[in-house]
Design a protein around this ligand. Structure first.
Ligand SMILES: [Zn+2]
Length: 71
């Protein structure tokens, strides 16, 4: 690989990194919006999967937490 190529690659990487940051943020927002759920056991409002996990561990330790939406 030529040195010029490496520089171009680095620039591309940087651009990708910046784009990825933006995307990840909006993606997270979209995912949070898409994740509208309530606990099937006690109907508590859960705004994201992490909350559901925590909720299950705290309130229903004997129940199995459903798998994450994207797995
Ligand atoms: Zn619950």
């Amino acid at each position: 690989m030529a040195r010029g190529n490496a520089k171009a690659n680095a620039q591309e990487k940087n651009a990708k990194k910046n784009a990825g940051k933006k995307e990840a943020k909006s993606d997270l927002k979209a995912r949070a919006a898409a994740f509208k759920a309530s606990c099937p056991i006690c109907a508590a409002q859960l705004i994201n999967y992490n909350m559901m996990k925590v909720h299950y561990e705290a309130k229903h330790p004997k129940e199995t937490c459903p798998p994450p939406p994207e797995s």
